[in-house]
Each structure stands twice: as structure tokens, then as C-alpha cells.
Design a protein around this ligand. Structure first.
Ligand code: FES
Length: 82
């Protein structure tokens, strides 16, 4: 993690976050569940190390990305819909 700060978009929110943190860490700043499962239950990061797949979100149009394993990038678009 560096002192540099970047902007990312999570649903309708714009967040300024430290460069190098994970999408899951950025999402922790908002009162958001990760996504709904196919059974309609809310999901959110659990293990934080890429094992449980409970943190999946859509990142820059690509579905089923693990938020805990993906570092933030300037202008990144994150959606909890997929
Ligand atoms: S929190 Fe478990 S895979 Fe991301």
C-alpha cells in the first residue's frame, strides 16, 4: 500500500482509496454486501485470501471476480450485481 490515492467506482459510489489495497478492502468502507448468490442470499468477503469465493463481484464488466484478490486500479468500475 502506498500513500498514493486513486478513485474507483462501486455501484453508484465514487471512492478515493489508497493505491494497492484490494477491492474487498475498498468495499469495506461502504455498507454494501458483496452480491446476491443464485439462491438470493447476501454474500460478503469471508476468508480474505482467495479461498471461499464469497467476495465475488463484477469488475470492469467481468463477472465473478474475487474482490479480495484484486488490487484497485484508477477508474475501476465495481458492481455488486454479478
Ligand atoms: S473473501 Fe474468500 S475468496 Fe475473497
Amino acid at each position: 500500500v502506498s500513500a498514493e490515492r486513486i478513485r474507483i467506482h462501486i455501484n453508484q459510489h465514487v471512492l478515493e482509496v489508497p493505491a494497492g489495497i484490494s477491492v474487498a478492502a475498498a468495499m469495506a468502507q461502504l455498507p454494501l454486501p458483496s452480491r446476491r448468490s443464485v439462491s438470493g442470499q447476501w454474500r460478503a468477503p469471508f476468508c480474505g485470501m482467495g479461498i471461499c469465493f464469497e467476495c465475488r463481484v463484477q469488475i470492469d464488466g467481468k463477472a465473478q471476480q474475487r474482490a479480495c484478490m484484486t488490487p484497485v486500479r484508477e477508474g475501476m468500475q465495481v458492481s455488486t450485481d454479478g
